[in-house]
Design a protein around this ligand. Structure first.
Ligand code: 3PG
Ligand code: MG
Length: 402
């Protein structure tokens, strides 16, 4: 895969696909990690006189037409403002994703300047499964520039026009973020130091069963916490009350636990839970052992014995991959589990990787410095699919020559 140093960008328009899909509260950006992670590639390109036209998505706009989607939002305008602050230079914002305004902004850029196109998912065909529909949009995007740089690691698992089709139309290279992320993931899949411990949290086991199946070949221990652990506990016959449960996944989860047992991979599940009366920051809550969880409570966090258990199962690790918070860390009363996992991982001697937008935002919100972990990945879905052994469409497109 070619890196950007192999592109002669001076005086040329470069279409840079970045992942600027930041968590927000209304129009306010609550974690700008993905914007910061995009800076090294942007400043490298501008420093060499490139004219950088950034293409990115935000959220999952809905609606049948461009107009409907644009009216519903979200617009990337607040991201352009934040990016400009971080760069110390104004970022011009196009009013559309690949239309007249995008053309005018791209044509007006001078060497070393940066522009941001409007949310590419306002274009309904960006995410289309129909190759011909995506191609039409890809051609409009490619016409804005002479070169393409793929640096949106978090979106590489999407077969979308701006991620998968445009690199086929322009000379292209992978940005610094993509190369750094892929390098770390390769180290996790090729001969990791042992014990290799994987911590999985987040809401749904269905999103992660494929990666778990693949990890049974590679990891020594799987710690499962948070929203997805309740389906595992239920599969072992425990009452989980009104906690998150994917009832249609119980059989698959039981099958995976049996397979883990056959292969000697240890699966670690919570032993106590923080059960709340309802989902709210100030909900009344108590700790219950998993063997005695009440039918009318909802688990929002890991209990103290689980926190100690998880920490002890991380203490001897030499390689760790963590994806997904293990409690509702956004509410301070339910952040102890995620904090305990982050602390235990930060003490590990070896390669530690925190993967995914939510876990990355969690460790920053909980006050961990960047250096507390070996690598904080900007891509949850993308890193999981890589670890699953799947081919990422955006990566395949960057690897193909053009
Ligand atoms: C992400 O946030 O996971 C990436 O930006 C991809 O977004 P998506 O999950 O909406 O495709
Ligand atoms: Mg996602």
């Amino acid at each position: 895969m070619r890196g950007i140093e192999e592109l002669d960008v001076g005086g040329h328009a470069v279409l840079l696909r970045a992942d600027l899909n930041v968590p927000r509260d209304g129009a306010r950006i609550t974690d700008d990690g993905r914007i910061r992670a995009s800076l090294p590639t942007i400043t490298d390109l501008t420093g060499r006189g490139g004219r950088v036209i950034i293409c990115a998505h935000l959220g999952r706009p809905s609606g049948g037409s461009y107009e409907e989607r644009a009216a519903g939002g979200p617009s990337l305008a607040p991201v352009a403002v934040r990016l400009g602050e971080l760069l110390g230079n104004q970022v011009r914002m196009a009013e559309d994703a690949a239309g007249k305004s995008a053309e005018a902004v791209a044509a007006g850029l001078r060497d070393g300047e940066v522009a941001l196109l409007e949310n590419v998912r306002f274009e309904p065909t960006e995410t289309s499964k129909d190759d011909a529909k995506r191609s039409e949009l890809a051609a409009r995007l490619a016409a804005l520039a002479q070169l393409y740089v793929g640096d949106g690691f978090g979106a590489l698992h999407r077969k979308h026009a701006s991620v998968y089709d445009v690199p086929g139309l322009l000379p292209h290279a992978a940005g610094k973020l993509v190369l750094a992320e892929v390098d770390v993931l390769r180290r996790l899949t090729r001969d990791p130091d042992r014990p290799y411990v994987v911590v999985l949290g987040g809401a749904k086991p269905s999103d992660k069963l494929a990666v778990i199946a693949n990890l049974l070949d590679k990891a020594d221990r799987l710690i499962i916490g948070g929203g997805m652990s309740y389906t595992f506990l239920a599969a072992r016959g425990h009452e989980v009350g009104r906690s998150l449960l994917e009832a249609d996944q119980l059989d698959r989860v039981s099958g995976l636990m049996a397979e883990a047992g056959r292969r000697g991979v240890e699966i670690v599940l919570p032993v106590d839970l923080v059960g709340a009366t309802h989902f709210a920051a100030d909900a009344e809550h108590e700790v219950f052992p998993v063997a005695g969880f009440p039918a009318d409570r909802e688990s929002m966090d890991m209990g103290p014995e689980t926190r100690a258990l998880f920490a002890s199962k991380l203490a001897d690790a030499r390689t760790v991959f963590w994806n997904g918070p293990v409690g509702v860390f956004e509410f301070p009363a339910f952040a102890a589990g995620t904090l305990a996992v982050a602390q235990a991982i930060s003490r590990v001697q070896g390669l530690t990787v925190v993967g995914g937008g939510d876990s990355a935002a969690a460790v920053r919100q909980l006050g961990f410095p960047e250096g507390a972990f070996g690598h904080i990945s900007t891509g949850g879905g993308a890193s999981l699919e890589y670890l699953e052994g799947a081919s990422l469409p955006g990566l395949a497109a960057l690897e193909a020559s053009a």
